[in-house]
Structure formats: structure tokens, C-alpha cells
Write a protein that binds this ligand. Sequence first.
Ligand code: ATP
Length: 518
Amino acid sequence: MTQDDLFKKLIAHSKEYGFIFQSSEIYDGLSAVYDYGQLGAELKNNIKKYWWEAMVRLNDNIVGIDSAIFMHPRIWEASGHVGAFNDPLIDNKDSKKRYRADVLLEDHIAKIEEKIDKEVEKGRKKFADNFDETKFKETNPNIIRNQNKIDNIKHRMNEALNSNDLDALKQLILDCEIVCPVSGTRNWTDVRQFNLMFSLQMGSTAEGASTIYLRPETAQGIFVNFLNVQKTGRMKIPFGIAQTGKAFRNEIVARQFIFRMREFEQMEMQFFVRPGEELKWFEQWKQNRMFWHKSLGLGDDNYRFHDHEKLAHYANAATDIEFNFPFGFKEVEGIHSRTDFDLGNHQKYSGKKLQYFDSETGESYVPYVVETSIGVDRMMLLILSAAYHEEQLSDGEQRVVLHIPPVLAPVKLAVLPLLKKDGLPEKAREILNALKCDFYCQYDEKDSIGKRYRRQDAIGTPFCITIDHQTLEDNTVTIRHRDTMEQQRTDISKIHEIINEEVSFKKIFEKLINQSKF
Ligand code: ATP
């Protein structure tokens, strides 16, 4: 199955089993907006819980807040979003399709990188055990030529973006001979800047209304509450403020399912530090966040850092954590050293002091900030794409299974009476009632047991508990494990412990505490 096929199947599967629906579907949908169904909402809540508890509960010096989406419009002037939260867009005159100029160039670079990868694979086959990848890359003329091409494009792109030179950006697209994927032509318009914020009118009368914005990030709600939290929580630097919540961006190129949406959810943490210590904390948070990701056990090779060459207007260091999605390595989380840009500007624009008195040094200063920012929806896509598998079974059958980490699985266990008679459903309900106080369970008595197992595999339920006639005699059940399909006969009194061991965050959190410098 190609990665493209996998992605298409994943989208269909997400809909079929109630994870993700197109928004307003019966009205033909609203572009780049999605609704989460009954299982999607559970999975999303579990992802948020994993993040929130790892941030707020495991770190004594991080607290969580929940700020409003509507904020004073001056906030977005101070943050730089009114002036600079733009994407460079370009239209193809033949297809009338609109693209982000930087994305067209990045896709072009990715194609050249693919050529390099193919060349490396050829070399690997040719030289077998004697293959030295680094040396091969340094000496192969095709690779050297392509690498030079990439370096040159990146250099020109960063220069053009940093100096906001839109003509240079267009020229680069023309020089790279990039064609529109739809029309196949190079008939491009000029590149223009496009602000990504949605605006709306607040107030009861048209005359008295003022223009406000839907927040494009949750971070500013943290900055403007910095002193409230520091004072009321008696927080001492270094400390962090975390929050999860909706953000809105009028994305030009909204595609790739829930990867790029116009309404999405973020989980952000701003860590306030002494000026001059920000790069040390930046490194620390890079490591901590990578541990958090890798602890889910989805394959260490699927993650990598991508350090930014073009820094945003507020940053002095930035990296992305990228994941190997079905469409390649792409950003799932950003870690940014934001300096004192935000607090400094809010101080200036609001006229209110946003300083911290450091009792250790006897100085007052505007703290520096290291931010970690991850999209809930991208995390959801990450989980689903890593989890989706079609497996050939030894009896010749096939199963579709979601190997979702048990801690995040929407349904933790299914209780299945073997037959719909002989007192088995009653016994099953009794077991269900005892377990549902602690775990999200499903009860299913319809169809053959094999079909019921398949249904649970398809939604990623880690355990199925089967109640049969023996259960009535000796109080034992069968626990079936999703990943191995092994069945284990056990006493009813042991079920809770076996399941809890796998679905509780405890083991992961203990590992995180040991690995990270909390
Ligand atoms: P990209 O380069 O993909 O547009 P970004 O660098 O603008 O992302 P940030 O502003 O750093 O993203 O936002 C932090 C995180 O929020 C991202 O890593 C991503 O997980 C998530 N995110 C940002 N924009 C979107 C979107 N349109 N849809 C879904 N998630 C998003």
C-alpha cells in the first residue's frame, strides 16, 4: 500500500468509525473545518489529558489557565499579528488555484530530496555491506549537484522571506520552473501578503461595534495574564503557564485533512526565565518535549527536529518537532525562544509594567520566554496515521486494527457475552458496571465473537473481556489483547489490575519524571 493510499484509507476509516466528520457535511461541507465524532472526541480528550497532566501535574512550577478567545484588539497589534501575521500567496492564472509561495518552494525541495534518497538507495544496493552513506553522499556527483541546488534555493528563499522581498520570491519560483500541480503551467501572479486573522464585529449596534479578532494562537492569553498568575500563584522564575484552547487562522492552503485547519486547537506552554538563560531552557524543553512524544512508543525513527533558518519576528531560536506522516516529515510541535518580545510589547502598548522582581538577584526585569506549542488535531492525525494497520492473519483473514497507545485509546475495553442467553448478558452487565467507574467501556452482544473482536480492533480498543458458560461456574473470563490477539483466562477480580497497568498514565509519567529534568 502506498503512503497516498494509506492516507485515503485513514480518512475514510476516521469517518466510518465516528472519529472525524467533515463540518456541515449535509450542506456540502465547510472547507478545512472538521467535527470530532463520538470516538474522536474521546481520543482528543485523552491527548489533551496526557499533555495537561505531563505539563501541569508533573512540573511543580507550571500552572494551567483557561483564557477567553475574545481579547482586546490592541493585543494583536502588540503581538505583531496585525502587522506581520501574513503568508505570501501566489495564484496560478490558469487553474485559479492559490498557493503559499514558501510551501511551493518547500515541496520543490522535498522532490529534490527524494532524488537524493533514491540515489542513496541505489548505492546501498550496489555496495551492500561496504556501503558508507556519509562518504557516498560526499562524493556522488548527482547528490552533490542536487544538494547544491537545495542549499541555493533555501538560501534565496530565506533571504526573500526575511527581507519581505515578494518579487524575489516570485523570481525564485520561476527560476525553479515550478508548475501548478493542477494546470501544469507556470502562469503565476505576483506574490502578495495575506493576513491570516479572522475579524468580527463586537457590540450590539453597527455604529458602536468594534473590530476584534478570533485568536490565531492561545499564547497571548497567557502573556496578558502573566502578572495575575505570577502574583496570585506566588510563582518564582523559572515558571510556566500552560493552556489548551481553540485558535483560528484563515489558512490559504487548507489541505491534508486535519493537518491544516481554519479552526483548530492548541496546547501551549510559556516558560518564563531570567534574561540570558533562555537558550539553556530552550535546549531543555526541546529534550523534554521529545521525551513526551517518544514515550508513546510509536517508533523513535518517526520523529526528528527541524531547526528554523528563518526565525519569526519574535524568536532568537526555534525548532519544530516533525513526525513522519503519510505525506512525509511535517511539523507537529514548535518550540520557540520568544525573548522578551511579547511581554515587552504588551508593556509598551498597555502602559502597564509587566516586570518581575527577582529576590535572588535583587533586580526587576521583563522575563524571557521559551514556548512549546503543539496542535491537538495534528497530534490526533499523528496517532491515527501511526496506528492504522491492515494485517494478514494466519487463518487467511484480514483485519484493520488501530494500534493506538492504550493510554490514549478512546475505548479501553469491551465486555462481550459469548451468547445472548443462559444468564451470560446479566453476568456481563455486572462486570461492566464494576469496570465502568474507572474505564470507558463498551458492551456488545450482537454478531459472532469474531466480528465483535474485529469491530473493537478497528477502533483501537486494547482489551476485550469475553464472558462464557465457564464464567458462571468459576468466575473467570477471557481477556483478549488487541495487538497480539492472545487470549488469557483470568479471574474476574484480576481484570481491573491487568487493564489499569496498560491504560493508566502512571508508567509513562514515571519514565518522564526520570528522563526530564523536572
Ligand atoms: P505551519 O508552518 O504548519 O503553518 P506554524 O509554524 O504556523 O505551522 P505555530 O504557529 O508554531 O505553527 O503553531 C503551533 C502548532 O499549532 C503547530 O505545530 C501545529 O501543530 C498547530 N497548528 C498551527 N496551525 C495549524 C492549523 N492551521 N491547523 C492545525 N494545526 C495547526
